[in-house]
Design a protein around this ligand. Sequence first.
Ligand code: NAD
Length: 422
Amino acid sequence: MMGEMLSAARTRMHRAAEHADVADELVARLDYPSETLSASIPLRRDDGTLLQLKAWRCRYDSTLGPTKGGIRFHPDVDADEVQTLAFLMSMKCALMALPFGGGKGGVQVDAHDLSLMEKERLARGWVRHFARILGPDRDVPAPDVATGEREMAWMVDEYAAMAGSIQPGAFTGKPVSLGGIAGRTPATGRGAMIALEAVRHKLDLPPGDLRIAIQGFGNAGSWFARAASDAGHRIVAVSDSSGMISHDDGLAIDALLKAKAADGSVTDLDQKGAKSRKSGAHILSHDCDVLAFAALGGVVTADNASDLKAKAILEIANGPIGPPADAPLRKAGIEVVPDILANAGGVTISHAEWVQNRGGLAWDEDRVNDYLRDQMEAAARRVTQMMDTHALDMRTAAYAAAMVPLCRAVSARGTCSDFGGG
Ligand code: NAD
């Protein structure tokens, strides 16, 4: 059965297909996931009790290559969310012209409740349950919410034990000492900044430095803040799960990073003139040029879209704007740099890690950063050209641009007309 979230997400692809020359066979192919495996993973807790955890891995579409996508540990994960995120990954990899399809995995669990040893047992258990559909040429997982380098280290290790050979290309986002790539952790935030600069001329923004607000100050949000601040922009507000902090003259990013690292919340920043609030929700209506979402999915709905005061939105998180909010935002003239472009720096460098592993190479961080810039700028050009050619908003143009390599790959295998159909 098709979940509500996936059903809503596909409407964006259908809208793009109407405007670009997309074969019906491709749309039909992308309408439903190719394969979703569900599992119930037993986890023996440190106190001896047993938890049965629901888990999934979706390989959404492999038209362009092995499927690729993260694994999240979160109490709200379900099959619908995993499939929707795998669909988004298919679009993102295609837009970035990577030889990958989209995948995603998840476990319905609150990782904060688990000890380190319990997390290790869960990570290894996840691999044992899904190994039959994984592999460097089949499906390549990576970190996502509440998983990171350490989980990938356990997972690649377990996979090697099962395969009977070292397979560094089976997972990305690994520690550098285990075949990971330099610069992967900052890549999403840095890539988002490159994307913003590359499409800025389409965003109706004032000249000069921008006033930027950021929801979420974890990996992606904090690296984006650093990149934006280094580029001379002002970060006027930041929120995390504990609250929000703002300053019209700009927050001191180095001090904010220290406060977050030491005390765990952005609200602990001690800066003269900074205003702190207990609820992070106010960031939605904060007066700014660019509002960057770097925390959760489903934040903006048709009901609260009119609260937004930003001139443009940068979707660093996956799916922060629900499809029903697209029309009100278009009407309000707020352009959205969509997730499949804005946060694609992560998978772009994951791809470089996979290439590095398969070639036995090690790129240095400068080479990684140059490659990231080239790839993000090229993808942004494909999107803005599509906007110009078909008079599309940026999200629809990004989906249409993503479908170009997918269409070519479908045509290369033959479509209806090649087989004598009408
Ligand atoms: P993270 O866990 O490192 O950080 C998440 C941040 O969001 C934390 O600062 C947390 O406090 C904050 N947060 C949680 N609930 C909040 C709320 N209600 N209001 C405000 N802030 C809240 O995660 P991350 O890796 O930075 O990922 C963030 C988003 O970016 C996710 O949607 C993820 O799928 C997406 N993303 C990340 C990457 C990557 O490479 N990290 C790549 C692509 C997409």
